[in-house]
Design a protein around this ligand. Sequence first.
Ligand SMILES: N[C@@H](CCC(=O)N[C@@H](CS)C(=O)NCC(=O)O)C(=O)O
Length: 228
Amino acid sequence: MTHRRYTPMSLTLYMHPLASYCHKVLVALYENGTPFRPHLVDLANAEARDAFYKRWPIGRFPLLHDDARDQQIPESSIIIEYLAQHYPGPVVLIPADADAAREVRLQDRFIDIYVHDQVQKIITDRLRPSDQHDRYGVAQARDRLHVSLGILEKRMGHHAWAAGDSFSMADCAAAPALFYGNLLIPLEEEYPHTAAYLLRLMQRPSFDRVLREAEPYMHMVPKEPAAA
Ligand SMILES: N[C@@H](CCC(=O)N[C@@H](CS)C(=O)NCC(=O)O)C(=O)O
């Protein structure tokens, strides 16, 4: 039996069902069946946007609020660290062993910075006005993404999960990063081990649920602009 220390529903997650960094935290919450209240933030709605910026002037989600401890936590990795510390569940997303935990944090950082942020750069550029595209930045992001996927491909040739044999925070990070990355660079041909890893992630009930909840919004993911 697991002993949980939280007050049920003390957690509110400010999020959007399409936002990839929110998916990362949702995977962590669903893995452990942690109760929380989702608060959808529609940044296109001026009132909702102002209210969210008042709460967190950086204006990025996910953002977690914990009524029970009167804490507000930004940043997906820090939210998962907070959940692991204060609301632990049966799935240990950050191992107790210091060396193993550092490896999880390294792989989490690698995926966020060198995979996820590059994917985000390419996709969000599509939302810019047609005369404001950052072609150089997007080309750089694509190059970086190929380098990072090459490194990940080697790892996934001999690991089931990003940080080794157990599912961890690094896999919560990898799920949305690779899902959206696969829309840009189909993994199957060039990165078969990574493609198989993405399939394992998508078969995980936590990520499957995230994707099902995102489905009604998926048409909003911006498509590649037609060549000028
Ligand atoms: N480093 C942040 C990144 C968060 C982030 O980029 N969130 C995106 C959604 S996936 C966002 O809030 N975008 C809205 C905006 O930039 O206006 C984290 O790990 O939480």
